[in-house]
Design a protein around this ligand. Structure first.
Ligand SMILES: [Zn+2]
Length: 465
């Protein structure tokens, strides 16, 4: 069976950082109204006129394809690869309106515009409507969300029968708004909206695993995400042959994952493991504080720890055995070696085209080794380090600071040579990544052997014992 895991992603680069003072006086009200089964309108009202309006999330140029302005005086112009709303005659404006249909194409390094549900309902991402000024100032926004008659809205884990106002709050800058009739369930740990098209065996598995995973993270880290995470599970085309796809994403306040393909219909241990892994990985992102704008550089910390802790949680909750956990560590180590051999700077200094998988695999390996090093003094290992990262983040507006990782190790009394090895692994050129990982494993006391390569493998392969 062909199995694909696609798009595991956390909050991604917004593309530009604020360079000027916040424009406190500028404010936008965006009315998103569902008008027909697959048609919505968006009506923008600004408090001050502008000549150009930029979209805040600008990694992808896609809106001009399907945003249809009510007034033909307006258009979306592409300027230096960015989409801007302008009046054709260049004059200033305070208000405009367009209609749109669902857009489900893949967006590079960004969240899907709309998530399709199997009953033809959709969740729509507010972030793709957010706007900024020419000078990169974010404009404060308020969304008015209007459903069709007899349709419900679901966001922040709650269901509503009538139009609602949504504003960014706490760490949550944007969210998915669901328009349809699926009902969410709520628990202390999370709100969950499950597509009725998700096969029953998988639904049962998710119902059991999800709250346990979130509870475990909350208990161990003694951290309560604010707001309570809202998990959206959608099912795309479930009739695609011989495929079982799963992808997911998350940002503070929400997690989504989407499955598609016939493969999911038949219960299997392997599929269940993949499914729980995606939930646990994306779920872990809810316990990482706020995401920095320079996310690519921090992937080793954020994605690496999401992989480390999701696999730890799966083992702890009995979803995988110890030998399976070891297989996963071995796989990450070998994957890390092969990517670093191609791109020796990717961990500390990735480029936009870097193979981002390295941050998951190499970060995961580093955290495993560091856990074992800390555990010689403190059995909680990485969990203790993680709790201290929250403490340090408090003085940085909730954002994790990568260098805190090394500072905390020092404060915990870890040997300087070990801290240097960890630091070099991330920030120095990796001329011989296999040796670097051997070094990390040796200092941690993790037992392993190296075996000869098979088939297309390049060089000796780690096997964690
Ligand atoms: Zn992730």
């Amino acid at each position: 069976m062909k199995i694909l895991v696609i798009l595991l992603m956390f909050t991604v680069l917004i593309g530009c950082q604020s360079t000027g003072n916040p424009v406190d006086e500028q404010f936008v009200t965006i009315v998103i109204k569902h008008t027909e089964p697959e048609v919505w309108t968006a009506n923008y009202k600004l408090t001050k006129p502008v000549a150009k309006l930029f979209f805040s999330r600008d990694q992808n140029v896609f809106r001009h394809k399907f945003f249809k302005f009510a007034n033909s005086d307006f258009m979306i112009k592409i300027e230096n690869g960015k989409e801007i709303v302008i009046r054709k005659d260049g004059s200033k404006f305070e208000e405009f309106k367009f209609s749109f249909t669902p857009y489900t194409d893949f967006l590079k390094q960004d969240y899907e515009f709309s998530l399709p549900f199997s009953d033809s309902s959709y969740a729509i991402y507010t972030g793709h409507f957010s706007v900024r000024t020419e000078h990169h100032d974010k404009i404060k926004e308020q969304f008015h969300i209007v459903p069709l008659k007899k349709e419900k809205l679901v966001f922040d884990g709650k269901s509503f029968k009538e139009q609602q106002i949504w504003v960014p709050k706490g760490d949550m800058e944007s969210t998915y708004i669901y328009f349809g009739n699926a009902a969410p369930t709520e628990s202390a740990q999370l709100g969950l909206l499950m597509d009725p098209g998700i096969p029953k065996w998988l639904k049962n598995s998710a119902d059991k695993a999800l709250p346990k995973i979130f509870e475990l993270f909350g208990d161990e880290f003694q951290y309560t995400p604010d707001p309570t995470p809202f998990v959206i599970a959608s099912a795309g085309d479930m009739n695609k042959d011989k495929v079982s796809r799963i992808g997911g994403g998350s940002a503070p306040g929400w997690v989504h994952f989407n499955i598609s393909g016939k493969g999911w219909k038949k219960p299997s241990k392997d599929l269940e493991e993949r499914f729980i892994y995606v939930i646990a990985h994306e779920g872990m992102h809810q316990f990482q504080g706020r995401a920095n704008k320079d996310y690519l550089r921090e992937g080793w910390l954020m994605e690496g720890s999401a992989d480390y802790f999701s696999q730890w949680a799966m083992y702890k909750l009995g979803q995988i055995t110890l030998s399976r956990l070891k297989e996963k560590i071995s796989k990450s180590a070998n994957q890390c070696v092969s990517i670093l051999e191609e791109d020796p700077y990717i961990l500390g200094n990735p480029s936009k085209n870097s193979n981002y998988t390295a941050t998951y695999a190499c970060g995961r390996v580093l955290h495993e080794a560091i856990h074992m090093v800390i555990a010689k003094k403190d059995p909680k290992g990485m969990i203790s380090l993680w709790k201290k990262l929250y403490e340090k983040a408090k003085s940085n507006n909730g954002y994790f600071i990568p260098k805190s990782y090394f500072e905390i190790l020092k404060e915990m009394g870890i040997k300087g040579s070990y801290i240097n090895a960890a630091h070099e692994f991330i920030y120095s050129k990796q001329g011989n990544p296999r040796e670097s990982i051997k070094n990390l494993f040796d200092m941690s006391g993790l037992k392993y052997k190296l075996r000869s390569p098979k088939n297309k493998e390049k060089g000796q392969q780690f096997i964690v014992l």
